[in-house]
Design a protein around this ligand. Structure first.
Ligand SMILES: O=C(O)C1=C[C@@H](OP(=O)(O)O)[C@@H](O)[C@H](O)C1
Ligand SMILES: C=C(OP(=O)(O)O)C(=O)O
Length: 429
């Protein structure tokens, strides 16, 4: 069984209706995009209130290895542009961060070194071959010994010509985002023509285009074709929004336990997929009110079954699946076959762990079928997946005695999760 030998976390059960205000850290997806674009800019960028977590630190480590630098200033981080110097080989540690694994190889192609990319066992199993093929087609020299997966070496030759390329981004939207983020720095820009099934996670593609525009690029999209002209990027300062996918377990907590949860700083306009939770919760009969200070969710504790296509918001699946275990009828989640290539095979992990606690959960070809049933205490395995820790916390609100294995793995995106969760429920951390 995956995981570490650290003690499990006894996740708290709600003793009554919830009443709490919570603040979640910065968005992983925005932070790591802002860091990449800042490193590719011609002048330093002050990234305000970025996420500080394992994935964000891995991104800073990668940029430092590639010739950039980052200085923490209170809650902010000043990123210096990449100044690749020297020719000796370096290494980039990927951990299990999809954004680092997918976004940084192109940056190595812009430098003049051999850069070895490798990380956790799990990242070696996650899809990346279509991206490596597209980078190769754009003139980047990559040696992966035919694996199409880490470990692989990018041999930089001082720049990337760029131009037109075909890409199958159906296994992960991050392949497309990777080419678009680096595109302004290619000599001829980049034109990506998507082939194969549509990429998942459409909001994350919109996020990439939004961030590119803020840094001065002019991406264009026409059906399956994306064009990013060569541009000199720059943005003096950029403030990161709170992470709405990290906010997801807090947002659904009021629906599960009843009561009111306020999430500070929920943006009024955003490209984050987590914003879809407002319409989901409303559709499920809860109240979600957004104003300039944040989002207030008032829940009933009663949840109807639902049929949900989560193709665009796949990373919310673990928390939504946990929520639907408390519905008053069956539910079906579809459109998320690609979750088999996330931090772990999330469909298998959720079917196994939710069933082990008593729910009727089975895998379908592209999702989960959930038949609620009385659930009971037990150890919830987390497969080194932060979002499984969050899903288990949601279950524990109504099931006494849920023990969460390896809670520290939540540090991928929110190192303070268990303490914040306990204070939301009214327990001392
Ligand atoms: O670009 C991004 O920041 C992300 C895109 C999505 O990846 P997939 O398209 O691989 O699901 C999402 O699940 C991941 O958590 C973050
Ligand atoms: C899929 C996820 O992460 P990654 O950025 O590693 O792809 C996630 O956070 O749910």
């Amino acid at each position: 069984m995956p995981g570490t030998t650290a003690s499990p976390w006894s996740a708290p059960t709600a003793s009554g209706a919830l009443d709490a205000t919570v603040r979640v850290p910065g968005s992983k997806s925005i932070t790591n995009r802002a860091y990449v674009l800042a490193a590719l800019s011609r002048q330093p960028t002050l990234v305000r209130k970025p996420l500080d977590s394992r994935d964000a630190r891995l991104m800073l480590g990668a940029l430092t290895a590639l010739g950039g630098s980052a200085d923490a200033r209170d809650d902010d981080v000043l990123i210096q542009p990449l100044r690749p110097q020297g020719t000796e080989p370096v290494q980039v540690a990927l951990g299990n961060a999809g954004t680092v694994a997918r976004f940084t190889p192109a940056l190595a192609g812009l430098g003049s070194r051999a850069v070895l990319f490798d990380g956790d066992e799990a990242i070696r199993r996650r899809p990346i071959a279509p991206l490596l093929r597209a980078l190769t087609d754009l003139g980047v020299e990559i040696d992966d010994e035919g694996r199409g997966a880490p470990p692989f070496t990018v041999r930089g030759h001082g720049g990337i010509t760029g131009g037109k390329v075909e890409l199958d981004s159906s296994a992960s939207s991050q392949f497309l985002s990777a080419l678009l983020l680096a595109g302004p720095s290619f000599a001829s820009g980049v034109t990506v023509r998507l082939v194969g099934d549509a990429p998942p996670s459409e909001p994350h593609i919109a996020m990439t285009l939004d961030l590119l525009r803020r840094f001065g690029a002019a991406p264009e999209r026409s059906g399956p074709e994306f064009h990013v002209p060569a541009t000199s990027l720059s943005l003096a300062e950029y403030a990161v929004e709170p992470d709405l996918s990290t906010a997801a377990p807090f947002a659904v907590a009021a629906a599960v336990a009843g009561g009111t949860i306020r999430i500070e700083g929920w943006p009024e306009h955003t490209t984050q997929p987590g914003d879809w939770l407002r319409s989901l919760l409303t559709e499920l009969g809860q109240r979600a009110e957004l104003d300039a200070t944040g989002l207030t969710i008032t829940g009933t504790g009663e949840i109807p079954g639902a049929r949900l296509d989560l193709h665009e918001v796949g990373e919310l699946t673990p928390v939504v699946a946990a929520l639907l275990c408390f519905a008053d009828g069956p539910s079906v989640i579809s459109g998320v076959a690609h979750l088999r290539g996330h931090e772990t095979d999330r469909l298998a992990a959720l079917a196994t762990e939710l069933s082990a606690l008593g729910a009727g959960v089975t895998e379908t070809e592209d999702g989960l079928a959930i038949t609620p049933a009385p659930m009971h205490r037990g150890l919830f395995h987390t497969y080194d997946d932060h979002r499984l820790v969050m899903a288990a916390a949601v279950l524990a609100l109504r099931i006494p005695g849920v023990e969460v294995e390896n809670p520290a793995t939540v540090g991928k995106t929110f190192p303070g999760f268990t303490a914040t969760w306990q204070s939301m429920v009214g327990e001392n951390a």
